[in-house]
Design a protein around this ligand. Structure first.
Ligand code: FES
Length: 124
């Protein structure tokens, strides 16, 4: 829990990019929390990433954790991050009602980069 709270209180990669190659914002319709992710992509790699958002501690901390995970990674790697990878990266076990909090950032990222619209874990 401390790891998650640290990311909430001291978010990594918080802010906006000037002239991002991709910018995408989406929310969780059930609560109205939103996350926007800006990306700079060079040679198919994530060169820079920033996010802004508002919402619960889990959704915002997850955005901080996820953005840290993808710096310098190939954009195809983003497609491979699945629900379980994201939930385990949080370092806490969420109850199923909070899954969407933990997965919102990944949803925004996959939707912005690959156009994948559904929630992680609901693609099958
Ligand atoms: Fe809205 Fe967590 S309560 S994403």
């Amino acid at each position: 829990m401390e790891y998650l709270l640290d990311h909430y209180k001291n978010p990594r990669n918080y802010g906006s990019l000037q002239n991002p190659d991709i910018t995408h914002e989406e929310g969780n319709p059930s609560c109205g929390d939103v996350i926007r992710i800006d990306l700079k992509i060079t040679d198919n790699k994530v060169q820079k990433v920033k996010f802004t958002g508002k919402g619960c501690a889990i959704s915002q901390a997850a955005a901080s954790i996820l953005t840290d995970m993808i710096v310098d990674k190939d954009v195809d790697y983003i497609k491979e991050i699945n629900k379980d990878d994201m939930l385990s990266a949080l370092g806490v076990t969420l109850s199923p009602v909070r899954y969407k909090c933990g997965l919102l950032a990944l949803k925004v990222l996959r939707s912005g980069v690959h156009g994948i619209k559904n929630w992680p874990g609901e693609e099958e």
